[in-house]
Design a protein around this ligand. Sequence first.
Ligand code: SME
Length: 157
Amino acid sequence: MAEHLDISQGDKTDKYSTLYKQIVSLVEGEPDTIARMANIAAMIHATFGFWWTGFYRVVNDMLVLAPFQGPLACTRIAYGRGVCGTAWKECTTIVVPDVEQFPGHIACSSASRSEIVVPIRNKEGLVTGVLDIDSEHLATFDDCDREWLEKIVALLQ
Ligand code: SME
């Protein structure tokens, strides 16, 4: 059984390029952040077939579950906890090739093997939420995902 998601770098770039254009045209007509998150999660998920694709929003001192696609997930994550809370605290994208090697990883699903978390920043640079994507394969995410997903998340500013 293949441990890695079988997709070439060229295919991945092409898919993200098309996806990005679709997302830009979609969000242009909709100013509401939750509505934008809902369709962005659906489009990323449908394009790549990831295990779980979704958002958490900063509400007071917690990350709270927001629109997502995939199995049910934990609803609240504290600042600095898990991959999501760490990406919030460090205000940077975190790529985890093997979740078992990330101390404090929160296992919402035992099927998740690798993960990427991208913080959403407002115009003042404060983190207002995160995009979290889980894969049931090891080492699914790389710099190509990081670059495109950061571009996509910037549309939520
Ligand atoms: N694994 C994440 C928790 C969120 S679920 O994967 C959807 C984490 O460690 O922060």
